[in-house]
Design a protein around this ligand. Structure first.
Ligand code: TYD
Length: 208
């Protein structure tokens, strides 16, 4: 199974991925945890370029760089792990590009889908958890981490467009994207996600 976690910066994705990983591994599953942009050496270099506050780039260049990192990541990390029978948990994926570059930067969802079509090569998540927190709470978590990266410092209006983009994607694809209210405790949220994963696994076993 391929599971992705999405949401604004500071929504607690990393914590939830770790908690789900622990739960699945305790149940005897093999789990691969990875993130975008990144996940292997070259993609991490592209990540550094993208997040460096000193990098100046056109939105289209930005979209292509995220897609380039993704092409590498899909082929060298995600697909091989899925083929080995592992459950893949990925911190951000295609939906982030649709929300940040498509809606946030204003390139439009269709343009960003087109740019990414070959990069993802049909490898789409079975389930996506969209972690939603009130804006101030997310801003507080990001603030507490210290320096903001290039994307985080793109401004309030940009972040509101990204958030609205995520909402639109979730409304449009309710069968895949589950919006999770992430304002509770980490344990509560983890329980909600684990219950959903268990349901999905039952469904998958039923199919097999
Ligand atoms: P992330 O690793 O989630 O950052 P952090 O660890 O600081 O939460 O993602 C890095 C940034 O890249 C984040 O601000 C969102 C952005 N991003 C895009 O704009 N488009 C994309 O396709 C992806 C994957 C991330």
């Amino acid at each position: 199974m391929f599971i992705t976690f999405e949401g604004m910066d500071g929504a607690g994705k990393t914590t939830q991925i770790r908690l789900l990983q622990e739960r699945l591994e305790k149940a005897g599953e093999r789990v691969a945890v990875t993130r975008e942009p990144g996940g292997n050496a070259l993609a991490e270099k592209i990540r550094a370029l993208l997040l460096d506050p000193e990098s100046e780039m056109d939105p289209l260049t930005e979209a292509y760089l995220y897609a380039a990192a993704r092409a590498e990541h899909v082929r060298r990390v995600i697909l091989p792990a899925l083929q080995r029978g592992e459950t893949v948990l990925c911190d951000r994926y295609l939906d982030s590009s649709l929300a940040y570059q498509g809606y946030g930067r204003g390139l439009g969802e269709e343009t960003v889908r087109r740019i990414n079509a070959q990069a993802v090569a049909g490898c789409l998540p079975d389930r996506t958890y969209l972690l939603r927190v009130p804006e101030e709470a997310a801003a507080r978590r990001v603030g507490a981490r210290g320096q903001r990266d290039r994307i985080e410092s793109a401004g309030e209006a940009f972040l509101r467009r990204v958030e609205a983009g995520f909402c639109r994607l979730a409304e449009r694809e309710p069968a895949r994207i589950l919006a999770v209210d992430a304002s509770g405790t980490a344990e509560e949220i983890a329980r909600r996600i684990a219950e959903d994963v268990a349901k999905l696994q039952t469904r998958e076993t039923g199919k097999a």
